[in-house]
Design a protein around this ligand. Sequence first.
Ligand SMILES: NC(=O)c1ccc[n+]([C@@H]2O[C@H](COP(=O)([O-])OP(=O)(O)OC[C@H]3O[C@@H](n4cnc5c(N)ncnc54)[C@H](OP(=O)(O)O)[C@@H]3O)[C@@H](O)[C@H]2O)c1
Length: 241
Amino acid sequence: MPTGKKIALITGANKGIGLETARELGKAGWTVLLGARNSDLGRAAESKLRAEKADAHFVPLDVTEPQTISAAAAKIKAQFGWLDALVNNAGIVDQQDGRASVASVAAIERVMRTNFFGVVTVTQAMLPLLRKSKAARIINVSSGLGSIARNANPPWDLQWSLLGYCSSKAAMSMFTVQLALELKQDRIAVNAVNPGYTATDINQNRGHQTVQEGSAEIVRLSLLEDGPTGGFFETAGPIPW
Ligand SMILES: NC(=O)c1ccc[n+]([C@@H]2O[C@H](COP(=O)([O-])OP(=O)(O)OC[C@H]3O[C@@H](n4cnc5c(N)ncnc54)[C@H](OP(=O)(O)O)[C@@H]3O)[C@@H](O)[C@H]2O)c1
């Protein structure tokens, strides 16, 4: 079993909440593996964090391209040996997504491919590396928009009831609870996090939170050695599925 330095893989780590999560884990002394689908952007993020003294390494990874996922797992195994944390952060919205009565089915498929199938494929590929950790954690970056309880009585304007995006995060919830139960005896914690409305490119920087605020709960759960499993959290505490 490895000791000492902790290692995290963060998908979609070249910008936004993923980059900030990597920055905070790097500051905490972790080795951070920056998954990014665009090499130039991945290398730029690596340089940025290294300039801040983080032990950061770009890993080519498109969550919709299975061969890049298996190549990433092989590279991590060869260069680093194991993973202590996997942060499934990469995510998209789609302009053709919309309310249940009109959302484009093709757009729903595109969103599911990245936000749900991508998460399942990456997690399954990284599980052998996570099993080598003494106490691994998987953090699925979800959204309050993925809460079925909140969708049943939405505290937001109906323009946010995006069928594809909300369904992709709700499906992520099912993955979270099923995997958490399955991996409990293996000491692998699996949780979902709502970052809250955060200023990033996904919302044209309209979010009211900073990326530090948006990544805070993800970072907290990543750093927890003996934390909860099978939960859905935001900075204020647990939220309803
Ligand atoms: N910001 C918010 O208010 C908010 C609220 C709730 C939940 N979230 C969730 O937080 C996560 C991060 O979003 P963000 O706000 O930081 O948005 P962002 O700044 O747009 O970042 C999204 C990241 O995901 C990457 N990505 C997209 N498709 C990918 C793929 N196929 N393979 C690998 N990487 C991919 C992007 O890479 P490129 O640069 O190459 O596009 C980018 O690095 C998402 O899962 C989002 O749903 C955000």
